[in-house]
Ligand binder design. Structure first.
Ligand SMILES: Nc1ncnc2c1ncn2[C@@H]1O[C@H](COP(=O)(O)OP(=O)(O)OP(=O)(O)O)[C@@H](O)[C@H]1O
Ligand SMILES: [Mg+2]
Length: 394
């Protein structure tokens, strides 16, 4: 009996995952194209806005357009969460503060207060911060909507060892996170549906919140379950695998050579408009820039710069170049020429495994598209470790 229900559970689970996957293929493709387009839109709008003399009316309109583009970027981010193989960009974090910040942020302005019971010796986890904070935020927002009169959201976390392998969880150490509200609750017949994309009982709901939660938690090797009955509130229980890894020290790499010349950046992107706007942004930030359209050109330019004793300090490369040498192969060649080469991968496929595990592949940094001046600068500064003495301004 138990075996049959276990099998059924497994089949349903598989079906859910498959459904999410086919949706993901589509979503991933669209999001990638959109991110490339948004890089051009966002970059040019930001540049136009900054170049405008103060007090010009158009500045207001450009700010509105820029904010809309940033919103669009948020939506492609949501789409990408669905995308096939959407590997999280993982970092080791300590959860107590992270959980509080994510939940409190989502409860701003609501008449729901969170109460926390989180020990400070919680094991560390290796997570994609953006995605897990989206998980907590989606749960908190649902709780707020389930308690229109207001109330308390109990957020509990603790260490837990799973001793037996099951179809849900492997043996090991986990963090168990509980998010419990006192709202309207969920009727039993909805329990199997709430994690499905587009299942909603709300007039203005999209029904995506919990399916994002579900796929993110799965991709982190965890599980999520719900306990609820109508009128009894609702408790979501999440298991996330703990990690032995230490929190990463903020790494400031020693500058390769001290120089007062602005850093030189090589940008490789098969789309000319992206290369152009990237170059203008970088020049505005005070860097010297050269752009190329594919990997072969990038390797040639890098080699020539080395022989002329004016090496590139950083290469920013796109991941996929239709019909040409892409980012991964380019990196390989660049590291052959110069094992110290600092290569940053930049793509609209934020879900690509190379983007999430970029260091495993030998990249020194990652910049998801679309990016804005501040983000670009931060990534470069981190890599340059204070080398650059820049001439321009942002
Ligand atoms: N805390 C909760 N209390 C009661 N019902 C809930 C709760 N969380 C989710 N549900 C039920 O599950 C359904 C699906 O939730 P989900 O977050 O996926 O979509 P949504 O909230 O309806 O829309 P969206 O999150 O996309 O705005 C909800 O419509 C609601 O019926
Ligand atoms: Mg929701």
């Amino acid at each position: 009996m138990a075996e049959i229900s276990e099998k059924k559970w497994f089949e349903e689970e598989l079906f859910k995952v498959q459904k999410l996957e086919s949706l993901g293929v589509l979503a991933g493709g669209i999001a990638h194209d959109f991110n490339n387009i948004l890089t051009i839109i966002l970059g040019n709008i930001e540049e136009a806005r900054i170049s405008l003399p103060p007090g010009k009316k158009a500045g207001e309109q450009l700010t509105v357009a820029e904010q809309a583009a940033i919103k669009a970027r948020g939506i492609t981010q949501q789409l990408l969460t669905f995308a096939k193989g959407g590997a999280p960009i993982k970092k080791v974090v300590s959860l107590p503060q992270f959980i509080r910040e994510s939940v409190d942020f989502s409860l701003r302005g609501a008449n729901v207060r969170a109460e926390y019971s989180i020990p400070s010796d919680l094991w560390r986890v290796e997570i994609d911060g953006t995605q897990i904070s989206q998980v907590l935020s989606n749960l908190a927002i649902n709780a707020v909507q389930a308690m229109p009169e207001g109330g308390t959201l109990m957020v509990t976390a603790r260490n837990e060892v799973v001793n037996l392998n099951s179809s849900e969880l492997h043996k090991g150490r986990y963090i168990r996170i509980e998010v419990a509200d006192q709202g309207v609750g969920i009727p039993q017949e909805h329990h199997s549906k709430i994690f499905d994309p587009y299942f909603t009982t709300k007039e203005s709901g999209s029904g995506l919140g919990l399916s994002i939660v579900y796929s993110v938690v799965k991709r982190h090797g965890g599980t999520i379950t719900v306990n609820s009955a109508p009128g009894k509130g609702c408790t979501f229980v999440i298991f996330l695998p703990a990690t032995e890894k230490k929190e990463a020290e903020p790494q400031v790499e020693a500058a390769r050579k001290l120089s007062h010349i602005p850093a030189r950046i090589l940008v490789m992107d098969d789309e000319e408009a992206i290369g152009k706007i990237a170059a203008r942004m970088l020049e505005r930030l005070g860097y010297r820039v050269e752009t190329v359209l594919n990997g072969a050109e990038a390797v040639a330019a890098y080699r020539q710069a080395l022989t002329e004793d004016e090496p590139f300090d950083i290469v920013i490369t796109d991941l996929t170049v239709p019909g040409g040498m892409g980012g991964k192969e380019t990196l390989k060649h660049l590291l052959e020429i110069d094992p110290q080469a600092k290569v940053i991968v930049s793509s609209g496929y934020a879900n690509d495994a190379i983007m999430s595990d970029f260091t495993d592949y030998g990249f020194k940094g990652v910049i998801p598209k679309p990016y804005m001046l501040g983000e670009l600068d931060k990534t470069l500064q981190e890599l340059l470790g204070g080398k650059e003495e820049k001439s321009g301004m942002a």
